[in-house]
Design a protein around this ligand. Structure first.
Ligand SMILES: C[S@@+](CC[C@H](N)C(=O)[O-])C[C@H]1O[C@@H](n2cnc3c(N)ncnc32)[C@H](O)[C@@H]1O
Length: 257
């Protein structure tokens, strides 16, 4: 039985980041998408729908982004361990699988062979929240479905602030430690509401991780909020996208922001 996650991604946060995420993907990783499309449309791949397995599907942002950009017939399988997110109407028309990553290889095997010629595993903004056991299960799943995957918007841990602030490093360290909690390997903004929420949640996680720095982090947040209000703040959050095309094709990785 799948147990619900201890920490949840909230639907309004996922919706808030949609526009910035789509912009970053359009700017930083279109050639990976072109290579994926060329591969999926290869000479022996014109029979039936491509099965797209969206791991950590959340409220469906990855399908919303990829579906119109993949000029092939598609059959979507949306996977998440959060039942509430999986119930989102944006998953209508897709097959929903409610399970954690470690149960995914068995669940995907249970689907049987795809009707069409190929399957591709996709995951957006997911890798950095996974444990090493989850990551191993994801790799197994990619191999078992034919070795094609597009793993997008994984944060690298690099955040560039302008102007710099002496407490930036305290926040970075405590937040990265939070991302690495319980053995996880760890490690957007014109969009003001998104940036404000991002600051708030980052500080909350970092202060929870390092209570001794809570006060200095809240003062830092107030300084950053004032800079944001005056339009003086710029933040660049680095991330990496990875395209896996199996043995006959060169693997590709590209940075975006
Ligand atoms: C940051 S959200 C990204 C959601 C979506 N891909 C997007 O781009 O908006 C991470 C998602 O992964 C799911 N998730 C995290 N760990 C998981 C696990 N071990 N098994 C299944 N789903 C997981 C969360 O429930 C959440 O929906």
């Amino acid at each position: 039985m799948t147990t619900e996650p201890a920490q949840r991604a909230s639907p309004d946060w996922l919706d808030l980041r949609w526009a910035a995420d789509a912009e970053a993907r359009d700017r930083g990783a279109t050639d990976l998408l072109e290579r994926l499309v060329a591969h999926l449309r290869g000479p022996d791949r014109d029979q039936g729908p491509v099965r797209v397995v969206d791991v950590g599907a959340g409220t469906g942002a990855n399908r919303r982004y990829l579906s119109p950009r993949l000029p092939v017939e598609q059959e979507w399988v949306c996977v998440d361990h959060d039942r509430e997110l999986l119930d989102h109407p944006r998953h209508d028309g897709a097959r929903r699988i409610h399970c954690g990553l470690t149960d995914l290889p068995a669940e995907v095997a249970g689907l049987g062979a795809p009707v069409g010629p190929a399957a591709v595993v996709v995951a957006n903004a997911v890798l950095d929240v996974l444990t090493t056991a989850d990551l191993a299960a994801l790799a197994d799943c990619v191999v078992a479905t034919g070795g094609i995957a597009l793993l997008s918007l994984s944060v690298t841990g690099q955040v560039r602030w302008e102007p710099p602030d002496p407490v930036d490093d305290v926040l970075a360290r405590a937040f990265d430690d939070h991302q690495r909690r319980d053995g996880r390997p760890g490690p957007d903004g014109r969009h003001r509401e998104l940036l404000a929420r991002w600051l708030e949640e980052r500080v909350e996680d970092a202060a929870g991780q390092e209570p001794a720095s809570a006060e200095v982090l809240r003062e830092w947040q107030a300084r950053r909020a004032a800079q944001m209000e005056s339009g003086a703040l710029r933040v660049l959050v680095d991330h990496v996208d990875l395209l896996v095309l199996g043995r006959d094709w060169a693997d590709g990785a590209q940075r975006g922001a």
